[in-house]
Design a protein around this ligand. Structure first.
Ligand SMILES: NC(=O)c1ccc[n+]([C@@H]2O[C@H](COP(=O)([O-])OP(=O)(O)OC[C@H]3O[C@@H](n4cnc5c(N)ncnc54)[C@H](O)[C@@H]3O)[C@@H](O)[C@H]2O)c1
Length: 315
């Protein structure tokens, strides 16, 4: 069995290949070809959550289980909000093959989710991506979307301006030209694609800021209490989710507009895997506003782990 650190994982997972892997994973999931119970969540008192995320993908001969903790208060202590470890097994024999730190893997496969949604839902000629929230995930959202959509202009905004400046400086040192924005409203009004990747419990994108044709990838919320998108916006958009089953349990961004009577659960247009499988078209109109709501699925981790496993098998 091999042990991989976050830096090993970051080196081995190519940001284009990981998007292909996550795209395929979404398809297999929506076609019912994976075994993936809704993750179990243990609330660690007021501090945060511990999530357990198993998934079997028979076609990839892989079983993975990720243990991830989300402690929103950590950031104030200079500690990561999210920490994770993954165990990857050969599904045929049950033999463990890899134990890996999974912060980078989580960042990569989550950014890959956004990239898959952009492929299927953004306007083909988009040029500007705005990212709201400049924490750990945002770094991967930038890296992965920049690698997959070269030539894109990036703007960012964070409620904590110091964190936003640090992000711009750090990513600038890595060669990314990123502009800070003075408000979320300014960013949204100027962007073709908006990525929300915050820990907010109240909307960071308001409906009247959003131009026709915008695509939004809502990544941050993973509990019924967390809402990043104005419920009126979700209700008027073409809404695509990663998993109907999971968002019913976990996504305030879907549950809140339903609770307010603005939409019904049946108004969810599709799972992203249905678009990948060609069961439904993605964007069909230059003017429609599209929202992709991801809560994060274990099948994304399994698919990213498969790349690591394949690489190690050849060494
Ligand atoms: N969908 C998925 O698959 C997936 C995967 C990983 C993480 N997440 C979620 O993404 C979120 C972000 O994770 P992270 O590791 O980057 O956290 P982080 O704490 O490193 O960063 C969050 C950032 O959001 C900013 N923020 C909070 N409220 C804001 C607001 N109202 N407006 C603008 N900025 C605001 C914070 O200042 C911080 O910089 C978490 O809620 C996490 O659970 C989702």
């Amino acid at each position: 069995m091999r042990f991989l650190t976050d830096s090993d994982v970051a080196e081995l997972l190519d940001p284009v290949k990981v998007v292909d892997a996550v795209e395929k994973a979404y398809m297999l999931y929506s076609l019912g070809r994976v075994v993936m119970p809704v993750r179990s969540r243990v609330e660690a008192r007021e501090r945060g959550d511990i999530l357990m995320m198993p998934c079997l993908v028979p076609e990839m001969n892989i079983f993975s289980i990720k243990l991830v903790t989300v402690y929103p208060g950590n950031i104030e202590k200079g500690l990561p909000t999210i920490n994770a470890t993954i165990v990857v097994l050969d599904a045929e024999t049950g033999i463990p093959k890899i134990v890996a730190e999974a912060r980078a893997l989580t960042g990569l496969r989550t950014a890959a989710a956004t990239a898959v949604s952009i492929k299927h839902l953004a306007r083909k000629n988009f040029t500007k991506i705005g990212i709201i929230g400049t924490g750990y995930q945002a770094r991967w959202q930038l890296r992965v979307t920049a690698a997959n959509f070269p030539g894109t202009e990036f703007t960012v905004y964070d409620i904590d301006h110091r964190r936003m400046r640090d992000f711009v400086d750090e990513m600038g040192r890595h060669g990314f030209d990123v502009k800070p924005s003075s408000s979320a409203e300014e960013l949204v009004r100027k962007s073709d694609v908006v990525i929300t990747v915050t820990t907010s419990k109240t909307p960071v994108v308001h409906s009247n800021w959003v131009r026709e044709g915008t695509h939004i990838s809502a990544i941050g919320g993973y509990t019924p209490e967390m809402v990043e998108i104005d419920p009126r916006l979700t209700a008027r958009s073409k809404l695509v989710v990663d998993s109907r089953e999971a968002v019913k349990e976990e996504a305030g961004d879907v549950l809140k507009p339903i609770e307010l009577g603005l939409m019904k659960f049946e108004d969810i247009y599709a799972e992203i895997g249905e678009l990948v499988a060609g069961l439904k078209p993605g964007r069909t109109d230059e003017k429609e506003v599209t929202v992709f709501k991801s809560v994060g699925l274990a099948v994304q981790d399994a698919a990213a782990s498969k790349i690591l496993l394949d690489y190690l098998m050849t060494r």
